[in-house]
Design a binder for this molecule. Structure first.
Ligand code: HEM
Length: 440
């Protein structure tokens, strides 16, 4: 070994030793502050490492997954616990009863958004999603009023969705039953719904201005100035990926579970035939409605909702949560709660059916969250999901690509803005070719 090598090795060993000593010191300081939190009855949790917090204990690809391991974390720490995402302290409360109690019974205390640094830089506290206080109240009112005035949840938006659905059917027919990636056609269709509401008109799917707008929304690169423009951009980003991703999960589940697809198509054919699907049909389509709800439940596309924070010191389930603490509503823990759902990890539409096969609402169905920050686009999203899903199944049979079995269709989610399916292709074969053009 040369002198230089020896020198470099020993100097790097010394600096490594120094770094370790500093880390140890920080650790001792932080563990003592951690134990003093215990004395102050803040929610307990796994001991954090300095700087890294509990990151090494989390599945970083799916952090919600680790937090969901209630049997491990909850058994040890109870129904409210603290984890450190790096230096950031986050309080989590899994399970339907606890999440509901926090978001509904303590709505005011847990109702603020925790603006992630990167989002704050980008939105400057404007818009609706990342703002708080008077600015948020005003923008939420602005968004709800405008969406309502432009017809959200009413006949006008139903007509827009039906029109867009016709366009989507035309696009899917062009694949002539061959395998295609469902992402773009569905993303264009749901984006056009928001365009129709915001701009008053839709765009052709090959219009370069529209496609770059959709690409930009997907990549979150739109940069408007001022509060209302940020709110419009927020509606695009919150209202397109979410509905589009849910719809893609629905089609994937149908291809994976053909017997359930048979039952949906049998019901649609019996109740609607070749007529235009409308929202008023929902009350007769019990099984289809249950399948859409089960899709939302199992896909659980917003596993941790969006981050909240406390507006004041709160005493919750015997613990003190300090003002300004980040809190995360673990929506997946509600949608997968073993004390609420008979088969939490399976695709089981019977969760939403009574013994006579009639649709039943379930309290623990909470994909849109609850309380003052709950999704303001819920009624529009529900209308879109019903009309798009039912109409697509009225027209097409969805199957895996040739050479791929149903078992091989992978349901592992990938984490992006929403939990979406892994890239995949499906075939959409027209069901009643002879009926096309005979709509009443
Ligand atoms: C299947 C579709 C959708 C799902 C599952 C969904 C779910 C959610 C969830 C979980 C939140 C966070 C709630 C919380 O922090 O507690 C949220 C917020 C929000 N969503 Fe949706 N959403 C959907 C569709 C839409 C649509 C269509 C729009 C608009 C047209 C929309 C607009 C918003 C906005 C603006 C917020 C922020 C609300 C606030 O901070 O006050 N969403 N959504």
């Amino acid at each position: 070994m040369g002198i230089l090598d020896f020198f470099l090795q020993s100097s790097s060993s010394i600096s490594l030793l120094g770094a370790l000593l500093v880390l140890l010191l920080v650790y001792l300081v932080s563990s003592s502050s951690f134990s003093s939190q215990k004395e102050g009855k803040e929610p307990p949790g796994p001991r954090p490492l300095p700087v890294l917090g509990n990151l090494l204990q989390l599945d970083l690809k799916r952090p919600y997954h680790t937090l969901l391991k209630r049997e491990k974390l909850s058994k040890k720490y109870g129904s409210v616990f603290t984890v450190y995402l790096g230096p950031k302290k986050v309080v989590a409360w899994p399970g339907y009863k606890t999440v509901k109690e926090a978001l509904v019974n303590h709505a005011e205390e847990f109702g603020q958004r925790d603006p992630m640094l990167i989002m704050h830089e980008y939105n400057k506290g404007h818009g609706i999603i990342w703002s708080n206080g008077d600015s948020w109240k005003e923008m939420r009112r602005f968004a709800l009023t405008n969406l309502r005035d432009f017809g959200m949840g009413k006949k006008a938006s139903e007509d827009k969705i039906i029109e867009e659905c016709d366009q989507l059917i035309g696009v899917l027919k062009k694949f002539k039953g061959e395998a295609f990636d469902t992402t773009l056609p569905i993303q264009y269709a749901v984006s056009n719904i928001i365009c129709s509401i915001v701009y008053g008109s839709r765009f052709e799917y090959d219009d370069p201005e529209f496609t770059s707008l959709v690409d930009c929304i997907t990549a979150s690169c739109l940069s408007f100035g001022g509060a209302p423009f940020n709110t419009v951009q927020n509606l695009f980003s919150a209202g397109t990926d979410t509905s589009g991703t849910t719809l893609r999960w629905g089609l994937l589940f149908m291809a994976k579970y053909p017997k359930i697809q048979d039952q949906v198509q049998e019901e649609v054919s019996r109740e609607i035939g070749s007529r235009q699907v409308q929202v008023e049909h929902r009350k007769n389509l019990h099984f289809t409605n249950a399948v859409i709800h089960e899709t939302q439940r199992l896909a659980s596309i917003a596993p941790m909702a969006l981050p909240h924070r406390t507006t004041q010191d709160v005493t919750f389930q015997g613990y003190v949560i300090k003002k300004g603490t980040a809190v995360t509503p673990l929506l997946t823990s509600v949608l997968y709660d073993e004390s609420e759902w008979e088969r939490p990890h399976s695709f089981y539409p019977a969760h939403f059916l009574d013994k006579d096969g009639k649709f039943v609402k379930r309290e623990a169905f909470m994909p849109f969250s609850a309380g003052p920050r709950a999704c303001p686009g819920e009624s529009l999203a529900r209308m879109e999901l019903f009309i798009f899903f039912t109409t697509l199944l009225q027209h097409f049979r969805f199957t895996p690509p040739p050479g791929v079995s149903e078992d091989e269709l992978d349901l592992t989610p990938r984490v992006r803005f929403a939990l979406e399916p892994l890239p995949h292709k499906l075939c959409a074969a027209p069901v009643h070719e002879e009926e096309e053009g005979l709509r009443i």
